[in-house]
Design a protein around this ligand. Sequence first.
Ligand SMILES: *Cc1c(COP(=O)(O)O)cnc(C)c1O
Length: 414
Amino acid sequence: MSYHSVQHIKLTDLANQFGTPLYVYDANKIIEKIAILRDSFKNVHLKIKYACKANTNLAILKLMRKHGVEIDVVSPEELHLALKAGYAGEQITFTPSGVAFEEIALAAEAGARINLDNLDVLEKFGQKYGNTKGALIRIKPHVFGGGNEKIMTAHPESKFGISIHQKAEILAIVEKYNMKIIGLHQHTGSDVKNADAFTQAASAILDLAFSFKDLEIIDLGGGFKVAYKDGDIITDMQEVGEVLSNAFLDFSQKYGRELQLWFEPGKFLVSEAGTFLTTANTVKHDPIKTFVCVNSGLNHLGRPMMYGSYHDIFNASNEDESVQEEYRVVGYICETDTFSWSVDGKQGERRMNQVRAGDIIAMKNAGAYCYSMASQYNSRVRPAEVLVLDGQAHLIRQRETLEDILRNTIDIDL
Ligand SMILES: *Cc1c(COP(=O)(O)O)cnc(C)c1O
């Protein structure tokens, strides 16, 4: 029952009420994940900064804020959404990668904390603000961690952060402009399984930290791995919490001051809260394979085609497990557009309760990097989004219309 419902509301009822394709988010799951993270780091002064690029729906941002979670943004537009959700400037961290200095200045003027990501912007920030505004520095610690190479961000060849080997250059700029560096930041990547990658990165950052005298913050990024299927190895938060908290407390003692420990999880907070509902348009019994063709595609949920990522898929309209078949679940986009990637990152099939045309086909782990990456490719409108809060389903974004597709088109006479 619980598999086919969100807080006792059946997925099929949500599909009937709001139509498909539809993103459904369970607020309780998000609240639960916040509590797990807090509990894992209960011995340190923890601040959680939700990496909102995972899911920027305003209702999700407000939910985070209501539960004491602050926010990490990567663009001026996300900064604006954060302000709109009610965040104060100083609760917002701007962690961009290789952006124009104007964007950094804009965020700084709004009161946001900035993670400076290259020597150029460090210098410009120093020139403009001297010691009047604090800033953080994003360090590339040369650590390998992350689910696949597209989402690893701290290895030697990564574009992110200032190499830890450029310590001398960093310190020269900081000294030249008498800058107030209030924090060091690193983000290892996404889907980091082992505590080792976190502890390696943390120890590199903590070593470096002794070279800065004004620190208030150590920001260890996000990247905690969540379960995508039964038996998945996930980040053991209790273990990571214990190991990192101890290293951090030990460091704080030597540093002579208790610092804040920041994390910026995205996926960890919202991935499992989301379910994507589609409708089976047809079941195609090809001599080689049986395809379930749904009314969506990589335009709405791109992760399988982008990263070969695994999303659990099930038939929400049929709870009878006695008749099951192997299905390749595909979208309508004019590309391969397979949703059902296998465990080893290839297109595959899923065993599901028998599918009939019209059945609701649900995909799990659809809360992070799904809607926020959706596009209008094939000139299809983006889906609606629903948040289930205290047992009530709230529409939090309406389905787009043809108007939205034409909105910025300029129709010239030819
Ligand atoms: C994307 C991102 C995160 C969040 O990564 P998750 O894998 O979703 O936890 C955290 N910090 C920075 C700087 C990011 O760019």
